[in-house]
Design a protein around this ligand. Structure first.
Ligand SMILES: Cc1cc2nc3c(=O)[nH]c(=O)nc-3n(C[C@H](O)[C@H](O)[C@H](O)COP(=O)(O)O)c2cc1C
Length: 256
């Protein structure tokens, strides 16, 4: 109960640097407005409490959802609670009705929250091994300088090595790790890497993934006392490959 109160207090204080109004929800599973069973297709067992997030249909909103909901899940983890982002394997309409989410809003994800089991189930072990959930891409595939071809090493990243390492370790849908970062002076340009032709809901989840990455980057930078702001930096002079979708840039107050 104490943990639930702490989560609610955290939800009240959540904020994001993109100026978007994000809504978070907490639902005890027995509160079921529709009388339908709330389902997660057998993926989640025994959870009795769920967190949810909804956003307006505006440009930066999916980034803000990723940023704020990840802040909440990191806090839950800090309390010793188990969580997992679910964007696909849950019955969206049933949860939307039970959480009272308006049709005007987008509803990108939920997370069960509870005390984690001591041991992984066989199904979870199989799923994690299929998605290589414990693996992460190396620095040289994610972080670049100037031209998006030259890798940025941790030594070259200096004080920003740790914020970038926290980006690298972030969770993402199907563990796709779509974030790419290119350092140009005191600017860190963030991109989402995905092939063209993705459906709108799939593109939305890539933006949510990038919001999670920006949360890890920004929270670590704040922790280390690295100041700066998020800006939109024109990319017209860059010859970007089709798979590289510009998102936002971090402008560090000074180059380190
Ligand atoms: C935006 C997002 C959506 C996700 N959706 C699902 C989902 O629908 N079902 C599921 O089982 N896992 C889902 N995941 C969990 C990822 O598969 C998991 O984070 C990834 O495999 C890395 O594993 P780790 O978080 O344990 O390091 C999602 C993760 C994110 C960030």
């Amino acid at each position: 109960m104490q943990d639930r109160d702490a989560l609610v207090a955290c939800m009240d204080k959540l904020d994001n640097p993109f100026g978007v109004q994000v809504h978070e929800y907490i639902l005890d599973k027995k509160v079921d407005a529709t009388g339908e069973k709330l389902g997660t297709y057998g993926v989640i067992k025994g959870a009795s409490t769920f967190l949810g997030v909804s956003i307006p249909k505006t440009d930066l909103a999916p980034l803000a959802a990723g940023y704020e909901f990840e802040t909440l899940l990191l806090y839950a983890t800090h309390l010793g609670l188990g969580t997992v982002w679910l964007a696909a394997t849950f019955q969206r309409e049933h949860f939307a009705a039970a959480m009272g989410i308006s049709q005007e809003e987008l509803f990108p994800a939920i997370s069960p929250v509870g005390y984690p089991a001591a041991k992984r189930s066989l199904a979870e072990t199989l799923m994690r091994s299929t998605m290589k959930s414990s693996a992460r891409k190396p620095w040289k595939e994610l972080f670049f300088q100037k031209d998006l071809c030259t890798p940025l090493t941790a030594a070259e990243a200096g004080a920003y090595a740790q914020p970038l390492e926290m980006v690298r370790l972030a969770p993402s849908a199907t563990n796709a790790q779509p974030w790419r970062v290119c350092k140009d002076g005191n600017l860190y340009h963030f991109y989402a890497s995905y092939k063209s032709g993705l459906s709108e809901p799939e593109q939305l989840i890539k933006q949510v993934d990038l919001g999670i990455a920006l949360c890890h980057f920004h929270q670590t930078a704040l922790e280390l006392g690295l100041t700066g702001t998020f800006v939109s930096a024109p990319q017209a002079d860059r010859n970007l490959p089709d798979t590289m979708h510009y998102v936002l840039s971090w402008q560090a107050e000074k180059e380190i």
